[in-house]
Write a protein that binds this ligand. Sequence first.
Ligand SMILES: N[C@@H](CCC(=O)N[C@@H](CS)C(=O)NCC(=O)O)C(=O)O
Length: 268
Amino acid sequence: MFAAQAFASLFSSPAKTSSPSLASDHPTGGQAAHHAKPLFFTTPHHLKLTYFPIRGLAEDIRLILEESGIAYESENISFHDWHEGGIKQQRAADNPFGQMPILYVNKGEFILSQSKAIIRFIARSTGLDGGDAYSAARCDQLAEGIADLRRQYATLAYDKEFAAKVGDFINKTLVNSFTTIERVYDQNKTRYLLSQDRVSYADIMLFELVDQILALGQDARSVVAKFDRIGEVYKSIAARPRIAAYLASSRRVVAINGASASVGAFKA
Ligand SMILES: N[C@@H](CCC(=O)N[C@@H](CS)C(=O)NCC(=O)O)C(=O)O
C-alpha cells in the first residue's frame, strides 16, 4: 500500500487491535459508540488488571473499565509481595517492561503494560476515544496534557521537600495547566471533550486528576473552584451512574500514592 493510501485508510477504517480474536466480533464497523457501548468486547473476555493497592497509574484504567460496564478482575499486589516476594521476577517473563499496571486479557492470551497503552486499548475497544481517528487524536492530545500535570503532581507527592514546594505547585503549575485545559474545553463548547453527553476517556482522566489534586487541601480546592468547565466535567463524571456506583463501592481504592508520599499515602 502506498503511504498516501495507508494514511487515507486511517480515516475510513475502524480502529483495530493487534489481536484478531478481540477484533473479530466488532458489530458496528467502528462507528462512534453512543455512551460507552462496548464495540470489541461483545463476547465474554476475561480482563484482569494488576497493580498495587493504590490509585496511582491504575485508577484511570479502573474508572474507564467501570464506565464501560466491562467486568474485570482487580489483582492488587502488595508492595512487599511485588518487591520482596518474587512477584516482580515471576511476571517479568510476560511483562518486558517489568512494571505495573499490567492488563491480562483472556488469562494471558494478550498481556499489555504501560498505563497509557492500556487506557487507549480499552478506549479504542469501547468507543471511549470517539471511534474515529480525529476524535481519538483529540482525546490523546488532552490526555497527554493531563498526564503531564499528573507526572508533576506525582513528583511533588514523593518529594522530601513537599511542604516547601506544594504552594508553588498549586499557584503556578496547577494554575497554568488548568488554564490550558479549561481553554481546550472552552474551544469545544460542549460539556465533555467530544460531545455534550458522550464522555471520553480523556474526560475520565481529568476527573481522576482533579480528585487527586483536591486531596492537596483547601488551597488546591480554591484553585480548582475557579475553573468552571473543569469543575463541570468533574461533577458530571462523579454523577454518572456507573462511576457513582464505583466510587461508593469497596472497589474504589482509597490510597492515591505509595506509603512514602506526603499526600494520599498508602497505609498498611
Ligand atoms: N510508564 C509506566 C510506568 C510504570 C511504573 O512506574 N510503575 C510503577 C508503579 S506506579 C511500578 O511498577 N513500580 C514497581 C517497579 O518498578 O518494580 C506506565 O505508565 O505504566
